[in-house]
Unconditional design. Sequence first.
Lengths: 131, 363
Amino acid sequence: MSDLPTELKFAKSHEWVRNEGDGTVTVGISDHAQGLLGDLVFVELPEVGDSLDAGSECAVVESVKAASDVYSPVAGEVTAVNVELADAPETINQDAFGDGWMFKLKLTDAGDLDKLLDANAYAEVMQSEDH
Amino acid sequence: MDKTTVLFDTHKAMGGRLVPFGGWSMPLHYGSQLEEHHLVRRDAGMFDVSHMTTVDLSGDRVREFLRHLLANDVARLKEPGKALYSCMLNEDGGVIDDLITYFVGEGWFRMVVNAGTTEKDLAWIDRQAQAYGVTVNARSDLAMIAIQGPAAREKAIPLLPADLRDAAAALKPFFAARVDDWFVARTGYTGEDGFEVMLPESQAVDFWKSLSEAGVGPCGLGARDTLRLEAGMNLYGSDMDESVSPLESGLGWTVAWEPADRTFMGRPAIESHRGDPANRRFVGLLLTGRGVLRDHLRVFLDGEDVGEITSGGFSPTLGRSIGLARVRGDVTDRCSVEIRGKQVEARVVKPPFVRNGEAKVEL
């Protein structure tokens, strides 16, 4: 629990958001989430130019076990997607907070970031799920 | 509270992620389901399958009883130790369970039935057995460990009781050998060579640990499922159940129609639609488009809904998604599967997808 990157914000639905400081954010799923899903074998990403609402389904990650929806933690327009994941979905298992990023957004409202959890609050969410 | 096998604490100590399964708490994986899958295809892995139930049947008329109870014919079991895969049908021809029966010795057969169906199976068997004077004994004192993979036998044989090793080494596929309460069968559910070993619970932890020391890796239910799917083997509750005929579940080959006067349970019901062109086909599907097949996804042909995926998943050996499906009779070559509202192309193939480490379908 102590190794959560403190510069990231989190959604209860296990996505992480990194504020790039230029009006854009990078989004992925947490290391905890990839651990629950198990080995990932397929990732479906949004398309560049898609306009996403906060909380909307925008991507799917499929593991050997099951498919799981990914929700956009904030509203914005997709500016980039991690195309490497198409051939190497396991990158998310190996490096969820780094090379396993999923997409980048241009923020519609920077205030959305304040509604997300910090690392400590997210750690509590994980713990409460374990019990 | 879920039941636990005698290996529960050992699974935890080895990093097993335990999940509820059919009323049991069982390991899903010990870190990576994919690595466990590959281990079995390339070397040797082991599974705790003690949640399945060993049932001993004995009596002077036990053979006659099983010829009535099962759709396959135990008259085929002439040599002691020989095994037979069969469906147990109800009067309507629905599948109560699929199981393996071993001919142990005169007046004694052994069955291994699924965990989730054990209670109803025993109730059903008990009821049928009374008229034949057959004694039904569920062996809750036995654990069961499957050791599977190309190196499984050579790694397991030296760890068996000394007086069982030669017999185990000499086993042909689908035969078993026994010494006291140790029972070794050259059977499995992965499409690889190997053993399924029944043994006294009190010795299971030591045997498991000795296998681990010999380089046999622990594998969970996750890998067990992807391995059996690649091997084209049916899973009870997904691919067939009491609501469908074995003839629409890819299990027609397990029904012994001859001799024609053997009146096994369910025979009139399934005989009435034997060869009926309206029967649905049970096929393998290889997804050629992007995505993963999952249980219950719908199958389409020229825009028409023609059936359902009964077991779907990702094939680690092929690197593609595969599935088993029950479909209309005219689905013979190509079809599509609806995944999250989109039609994704699939090819109809004949299972198995993988056997003995090798791809059996063209990609």
